[in-house]
Design a protein around this ligand. Structure first.
Ligand SMILES: [Mn+2]
Length: 425
């Protein structure tokens, strides 16, 4: 991405900050000094700096009309160069991010102390860890700041980032399109090569091979390849069982392009041909998915979409003779998610209709917030029937436009005859 992108992201963030405030962002820590590790940058840090280096700190301040931005990076250690190469210098970090004032980390405490004067609010970027986790460096630092500057009011910066990151710029949408196109190649390769008796991880290997050889090293997330009853486990990722003759297989996979993710689910029969019952359930999910995509437009929230999905799924479950009660339509006030007049659907549909997508496959999310043009969300209804060893989920990536929505992943086959046709070859 061009550095202009990161510069304008920082400007937008500064506009949202209150007067007399500062904000701090941390890059991900590197787990080991010299051993190779699969380093993945903190998404907020990347969004604001474009830097993929560990252990750095970004600092903003806003006092009246004056704003300031500082970056702190690790110093190069000559003795480590032979193990891990040279660390980037301040000038290079400045060139990538567009930040003019770049220091080394050993300056942080000194600079921070002068920075914090006349400041009332500190916006802080951190994830709340479960109580049995080790304290992250961010939280250790946060405690130090609280001790040293007890009058400083600490606020979470996440709502600002969630708002900013949910509205995608043209280059961001282009990246997602490319990630989807890579994902398409991976899924098609799986469809062409699947045979009953293979292991689930063999299909995973086809996906990784296709996307990697086309030029991206990391995937958006660990692929889910779930056959038969495994398809009724929502986040099954062992991918280690033998695929049976009559199994349906759920793929929930995504490639990454230039840091942006795709997140796609497709369901297909191991044999290459859907049987009657599989077809019945599949077609219900497919019709619901299409209706839900048509419902995406500015002004509607993901939670509202989910309520609609529950209503449609409940009706489908009734037609499939899985539940006895028909949908009553109006939701009782006590449980906003229950629009069915019963909760029987929960046995067969237990997740949400979708989520925001971007730098993270599950991007910062506010399901209550109304959608607006530029948002990218997933639409992924599913029906999971454990007793019949059938799970179906179909997921596309949808761009909210001024007047409605565009399905960015419409190129990836989901009609029964399309899927059967590819698998025949
Ligand atoms: Mn998803």
């Amino acid at each position: 991405m061009d550095k202009q992108f990161f510069i304008s992201n920082r400007k937008n963030l500064c506009n949202m900050m209150e007067d007399k405030s500062l904000s701090i962002f941390f890059a991900k820590q590197s787990p080991q000094r010299t051993l190779p590790s699969n380093f993945v940058q903190s998404k907020n840090f990347y969004y604001l700096t474009g830097l993929k280096i560990p252990n750095s700190i970004l600092l903003f301040s806003k006092k009246g009309k004056k704003t300031d931005e500082l970056l702190f990076i690790e110093r190069n250690i000559p003795e480590y160069e032979v193990w891990i190469g040279k660390k980037i210098l301040t000038e290079q970090a400045s060139k990538i991010s567009g930040i003019k004032k770049v220091y080394y980390l050993d300056d942080f405490d000194r600079v921070f102390h002068s920075f914090v004067q006349k400041t009332e609010i500190c916006y802080y970027d951190y994830e709340t860890n479960p109580i049995d986790f080790n304290l992250s460096t961010e939280l250790v630092r946060l405690n130090q700041i609280k001790q040293h500057y007890p009058t400083l009011k600490i606020k979470k910066v996440t709502p600002f980032l969630s708002k900013l990151r949910s509205k995608k710029s043209k280059p961001e949408i282009e990246n997602i399109r490319n990630a989807i196109s890579l994902t398409n190649s991976g899924i098609k390769s799986i469809l062409k090569n699947t045979k009953p008796g293979m292991m689930e991880y063999e299909l995973e290997a086809y996906f990784a091979f296709e996307t990697t050889r086309r030029g991206e090293k990391q995937l958006a997330f660990l692929p889910i390849v779930a056959s038969g009853q495994n398809a009724t486990i929502l986040h099954y990722e062992k991918n280690a069982e033998k695929i049976g003759n009559n199994d349906l297989i759920i793929l929930d996979v995504g490639a990454k392009y230039n840091e942006y993710c795709a997140d796609i689910s497709r369901t297909f029969p191991a044999s290459g041909k859907f049987n009657k019952r599989q077809k019945e359930i599949y077609n219900e999910v497919l019709q619901i998915q299409k209706k839900m995509i048509d419902s995406v437009k500015p002004g509607i929230s993901i939670n509202t979409l989910n309520k609609k999905a529950i209503k449609l799924i409940t009706e489908a479950l009734f037609r499939l003779k899985l539940i006895k009660k028909k949908s009553k339509g109006t939701p009782p006030k006590s449980d906003p998610l229950d629009t069915s007049g019963g909760e029987e659907y929960k046995k067969y549909y237990m997740h949400n209709i979708g989520h925001h997508l971007g730098l993270d496959a599950h991007d910062l999310n506010n399901r209550e917030e109304k959608l607006q043009a530029g948002n990218v969300i997933t639409i992924e209804p599913g029906i999971y029937v454990k007793e019949e060893k059938i799970g179906v989920r179909i997921e596309d990536d949808i761009l909210v436009t001024k007047n409605g929505a565009e399905n960015l992943s419409s190129i990836i086959p989901k009609e029964i005859d399309e899927i059967e046709d590819i698998m025949k070859k």
